[in-house]
Ligand binder design. Structure first.
Ligand SMILES: [Zn+2]
Length: 190
């Protein structure tokens, strides 16, 4: 659903932070009350979808900067973090100090945690992924983790022996929580 507040903020962010991006106006932003997470970029539709629209304007702008960055970088790896720092510097040069702070916070949050590679880390990441996208196939979840860990998928399975078990559990939990969410959304969308 189109939303004026989102559209206006999107245009502002494009002009001020991404002046050379989306010249052909292919990308759009919409409100989606059924989104399983607060906001996400859907590559197949070239759409940024937002469920939780921040009331605070700076937070809204920082959120849109984050999501636009996802339009050309996957995940929160180095490319994403470098782009975020660049946008933070732009905010500072424009005197938008609150946005600078928010983007730096975003950058800090996407730094690689020190426990990466531990069993606990891998199973937690897997559970988080399935909570957001319970329909992700096993092979994709495995491939995703393998990428993050810089390992071959079969090595991931070998090292993290309970990977499949946690996958099945995460999927069940994710589907269950989505069901609860949808039941709540039926009411809140009206
Ligand atoms: Zn993100």
């Amino acid at each position: 659903m189109k939303n004026k507040k989102l559209n206006d903020a999107f245009e502002y962010v494009k002009i001020n932070f991404f002046p050379r991006w989306d010249k052909n106006k292919e990308f759009t932003i919409v409100y989606d009350c059924n989104l399983p997470s607060g906001a996400s970029y859907v590559a197949e539709e070239k759409k940024i979808k937002v469920r939780d629209i921040p009331k605070n304007r700076d937070k809204l702008l920082a959120l849109i900067i984050h999501e636009i960055t996802h339009c050309y970088t996957d995940g929160h790896g180095k490319k994403f973090r470098d782009a975020t720092i660049k946008k933070a510097e732009m905010a500072k040069s424009k005197g938008l100090n609150k946005i600078y702070d928010l983007l730096i916070m975003d950058y800090d949050n996407s730094l690689i945690p020190s426990d990466i590679g531990t069993h606990k880390y891998v199973y937690r990441r897997l559970s988080d992924m399935l909570l957001d996208y319970p329909e992700v196939p096993y092979e994709s979840a495995l491939g995703c983790m393998a990428d993050e860990l810089n390992m071959y998928p079969h090595k991931v399975e070998k090292k993290y022996k309970q990977f499949r078990k946690f996958y099945e559990k995460g999927k069940r939990d994710g589907l269950a929580s989505r069901l609860v969410f949808q039941m709540q959304a039926v009411n809140s969308c009206r």
